[in-house]
Design a protein around this ligand. Structure first.
Ligand SMILES: [Zn+2]
Length: 102
């Protein structure tokens, strides 16, 4: 992966899509977020996903089964945004960080 900023790496970059990984500051790879940006015709979508090791929505039997078979429980969570929402999301982060740094 190509390092593009502190804790942000490019997994791949093509003409119509790209994938970035945002690493957790604690350096545990299980905490990282994957950001997938794609263009389909004129629609740009951004998907942010993460995999966690526990999910309260999963039934107790399924958790036990996954634990027995795989040795761990994995659940993927995704947030899908339009380009406008993704820009607003980025701006909200920038604004918050700037305000807290004052
Ligand atoms: Zn972490």
């Amino acid at each position: 992966m190509k390092d593009i900023a502190k804790n942000i790496f490019t997994r791949f970059e093509h003409q119509s899509d790209a994938c970035f990984v945002v690493a957790c500051d604690c350096h545990d790879g299980d905490h990282s977020h994957e950001i997938y940006v794609s263009r389909d015709d004129s629609l740009i979508t951004v998907t942010i996903g993460t995999t966690t090791t526990s999910d309260l929505r999963m039934s107790r039997f399924k958790k036990i089964w996954n634990l027995l078979v795989n040795g761990h429980i994995e659940v993927t969570s995704e947030l899908i945004m339009t380009d406008e929402v993704a820009k607003n999301y980025a701006m909200a982060l920038l604004d918050s960080v700037d305000r807290l740094n004052k």
